[in-house]
Design a protein around this ligand. Structure first.
Ligand code: SF4
Length: 441
């Protein structure tokens, strides 16, 4: 079937008519794919340009110092757009996720709005779509947004997971990054196309991911069993945004590790499960909203299974824990009905990864974030209860030096733990060079 033409415009009654939507570059690939999904709704959308020194300068100038690092970076990136020559604030919309639990992010929407107005940029739209409001910011495209946005995040997670699995074992430096880049572009082209139905879109995303799988499988690799496997948990923005964490994953790889990074979609599953918990708590478990929430989860799970199944063999030994397992594991330390947010998810996930055979856990969090601070207090007990697995907090802040020195010490501890750990790692599957040549699927 030929690809339908890109929708070039939306009706003038649409709330985002005539605006350009900028998506924060939390994870490079996911932000690009997500922006492409918004384009399929007829919106003019793009990821924010990569952060740089100017980001930090503008972020510092327009925040008070009490905000967390992700807020400072996002503020700086948004101001850079507003200060571009000829920019018209009324034609700009910034996409912002909202937060819950002990997280300040939900407040930053108001902070940004008032700061923009204070410095004379009136009329900027802050787009903070929430399932509670039926994603009404997207007008008639709300349902399509919910489905396409989810698929975009899933695809971004899968591509990053594959990249991180093979890059430390590649024979020619740069091959895995090239395969990842080509695959992100391919998925973007697919996601930005307004396919006639969600079913057809899913088929096209699967085809695109199969092409990605083929690209990754063809990358010449030699599995190095000596490499340590390190689980990366932490605050969602800082662990995924390579600018804010100073390319932490690459630093770990250079030091002799392979990184198993927490997905973005893990957070969505946690939010879904917490939403149902709240309905139960308030006696609304049989309400129309609760039913809607269950239905949404049902379709999300269906999409997830359809896309993850393509990589079942490739990700043997890297099976992601479900939200239920994560929260169950966290319960003795931070029960999900008493402690909310990333601290609970990160504690539970650390335990799940320990049982999947990782050699250590790195928690990447912004300096001053309560989630990271609580986790740092909990981790010694978690480690003690799990054969002494090293779990180390790495804080991100523009004033901190590079992570190399701390990484060296941490990996030494991980090496010691690997010799005595009770949970062996499943041997991952890497095609042998002669099999790779014939990778047709
Ligand atoms: S989790 Fe912490 S760092 Fe992240 S947005 Fe919330 S308060 Fe800020």
């Amino acid at each position: 079937m030929p690809a339908p033409q890109l929708a070039s415009r939306i009706p003038s009654s649409h709330p985002l008519y005539g605006k350009k939507v900028w998506v924060p570059r939390m994870s490079d690939g996911s932000a690009r794919i997500f922006a492409a999904a918004l384009r399929s709704l007829g919106l003019d959308a793009a990821p924010l340009p990569p952060s740089d020194a100017c980001t930090l300068e503008q972020g510092a100038r327009h925040t008070s110092g009490d905000e967390c690092y992700p807020a400072k970076i996002t503020m700086g990136d948004c101001i850079k757009i507003l200060e571009q020559e000829g920019s018209d604030p009324r034609k700009i919309a910034f996409f912002m996720a909202t937060g819950q639990g002990p997280c300040r992010f939900g407040q930053y929407i108001h902070l940004m709005k008032s700061e923009f107005e204070k410095i004379g940029y009136n009329g900027v739209t802050i787009l903070a779509p929430a399932c509670e409001t039926g994603y009404s910011d997207f007008g008639p495209g709300a349902n399509l947004y919910a489905r396409s946005g989810w698929r975009a995040l899933l695809a971004g997670d899968l591509l990053l997971k594959y990249l991180l699995k093979i890059r430390p074992h590649e024979i020619s430096p740069g091959d895995s990054d090239a395969a990842h880049e080509a695959s992100v572009e391919d998925v973007c082209r697919c996601m930005e196309t307004p396919w006639p139905s969600p079913r057809i879109q899913l088929g096209k995303v699967r085809e695109s991911l199969l092409r990605a799988r083929r690209r990754f499988r063809r990358v010449p690799t030699r599995f190095d069993a000596e490499r340590l496997l390190i689980g990366a948990v932490g605050e969602i923005f800082c662990r995924l945004n390579s600018f804010s964490n100073q390319e932490f994953v690459r630093a770990l790889e250079r030091a002799g590790a392979e990184v198993w990074m927490s997905d973005i979609t893990e957070w969505i599953w946690y939010v879904n499960s917490d939403e149902l918990r709240m309905y139960r708590l308030t006696g609304r478990q049989f309400s129309a909203r609760a039913l809607g929430s269950r239905l949404r989860s049902f379709f999300q799970k269906k999409d997830e299974r359809a896309l993850r199944a393509l990589f079942a063999e490739d990700f043997f030994g890297y099976e992601e824990p479900e939200a239920r397992e994560i929260l169950h594991s966290a319960a003795p330390y931070l029960p999900a009905d008493g402690a909310l947010g990333e601290m609970t998810v990160n504690t539970g996930r650390s335990i799940c990864l320990a049982k999947r055979g990782v050699d250590g856990i790195a928690d990447i969090s912004p300096f001053t974030c309560m989630n990271g601070i609580v986790c740092e207090a909990i981790y010694p007990q978690v480690s003690k209860d799990h054969s002494g697995i090293p779990i180390r907090n790495f804080y991100c802040d523009e004033t901190h030096a590079g992570p190399e020195r701390d990484i060296g010490i941490f990996l030494e501890l991980a090496r010691g733990y690997r010799r005595r750990k009770p949970w062996p790692r499943a041997q991952p599957l890497f095609p042998a060079p002669d099999e790779r040549a014939g990778c047709a699927s």
